[in-house]
Structure formats: C-alpha cells, structure tokens
Design a protein around this ligand. Structure first.
Ligand code: GSH
Length: 222
C-alpha cells in the first residue's frame, strides 16, 4: 500500500458517546424520586435514569437496585465509584455539594438544611400520604381528615414564607424549593386547590419556568 494511503487521518475521529456514570433509580409517581431527578435535569448533570416498578414486591425487583437500596425504597443514586446514596434529601445535599448548583449562598446553607428537615416531617409527609390514601390505599375518614388538616397547615406555612420571597431562600431556587415543591405538582389529586394558597401557586409557576424544568409525570416516566 502506498505510504500516502496508510497515513494517519488528520481529522480527529468522532468521540465515542460516553455513558454517564451517575445512575438514578426512581419510580413513576414518586415525588421523592422527582426531587433528585429534577435537580439532575435542572443542573444539566449527565446521568442515566432507571424506573423501578413499585408494583413489583421488593425482593424480585432488579438485583442491582435491591443491592443498592439500603432501605428498599426509591430514590437511590449510584455514583461513579459505585457508591449508593439513599434518602432523597441526603441525595440533594450530596449533589448540590458536587455540582455547586442549587445549594444556596454560603450564608443560607443552614436554612436550606432546616427546610429539608421540615419537609421530611411535614409537607413531605402530609401531602404524599393524603394523595396515596386517596389514589391507592383507602383510609378511614378520620385518617383522611388528619392528613388533610396537616397538609393544609403545611401549605399555609409555605404560603406565609413565600408571601415575602420568590423562592424559599433569597438567593434564588435551591434544593429546599425542589424538596418542598416535589409533591405539590400533583396537589390537585388531593382535592386541595393550589389557588387557595396564592403565593404557593405563584412559586410553583416560578419553579416550572426554570430552564430545563420537567413535570414529574414526564421526568419519572420509564
Ligand atoms: N424518606 C425516603 C422516602 C422514600 C419513599 O417513600 N419511597 C417510596 C416511593 S415515594 C418507595 O420506594 N416505596 C416503595 C417501597 O417502599 O417498596 C426518601 O426521602 O427518599
């Protein structure tokens, strides 16, 4: 073969597509999964998403998920080292630290964590359980009343805060907003009208207007 035909190509070969090493396990209808998926999408963090069917009992779920999920729940984030991160708000903190996105200003970090703890005990308890009871697991009227009263009180807390600020923290949207709002995009399913909490409704509009925001039904689809 003449030398000129054997010469190395002078153009750079096309890069083989790289597979993102971050893997998020989540599920349709899971606001806890949505918090994490939303942060990954809003921060344009490369990742893969695998939808776990929660209709499947825990043991026969995919073996890699079962091995990674310390508590048997979604979400789970598996990182580039193979380390598995569980509990949605802990994952949010981990990702905010690593992406330097949505963590809030340095002086706000303590308040962000306070909102995350509030969320897990209040709006992340009341609204999901009310929705779950109404959609999938019927409960006695007393239980529904209890959950509805809690949800209403939690929405009032958010509404009061959001009356004087666009997002929960002054610097802009943070993981506190992503955590506290996750289930509220399905609020209509609880029979509670977001319009009754005008500042919450405006806040949800602001969040959904962020670049790369995706509604949970689409973000969590298989
Ligand atoms: N505290 C957990 C709650 C996670 C959770 O409740 N996950 C639900 C879906 S939203 C789940 O995996 N349920 C199925 C199961 O427990 O088998 C978190 O914040 O991540």
């Amino acid at each position: 073969m003449p030398d000129r035909q054997r010469a190395m190509p002078t153009t750079t070969p096309a890069q083989a597509p790289t597979t993102p090493s971050l893997l998020l396990y989540g599920a349709v209808g899971s606001g806890h999964s949505y918090k994490v998926r939303s942060l990954l999408l809003l921060s344009a963090t490369a990742h893969r998403y695998q939808c776990i069917s929660l209709d499947t009992p825990r043991a026969p779920r995919p073996a890699a998920f079962v091995a990674a999920s310390r508590f048997g729940e979604v979400p789970v984030l598996v990182d580039e080292t193979g380390g598995a991160h569980c509990q949605s708000n802990a994952i949010l903190i981990h990702l905010a630290q690593h992406t330097h996105r949505f963590g809030g200003a340095p002086a706000e970090r303590g308040t962000v964590v306070e909102w995350l703890f509030w969320e897990s005990n209040r709006i992340g308890f009341s609204v999901p359980n009310l929705r779950f009871a109404l959609r999938w697991a019927p409960q006695p009227a007393d239980v529904l009343d209890y959950l509805r009263a809690r949800a209403t009180a939690d929405l009032a807390t958010l509404d009061q805060t959001l009356a004087s600020t666009e997002f929960l923290l002054p610097s802009g949207p943070t993981i506190a907003d992503l955590a506290c709002s996750a289930y509220l995009f399905w609020l209509a399913e609880t029979g509670i009208a977001a319009e009754d909490f005008a500042h919450v409704a405006r806040w949800l509009d602001s969040l959904s207007a962020l670049p790369s925001w995706v509604h949970p039904d689409k973000a969590l689809a298989p």
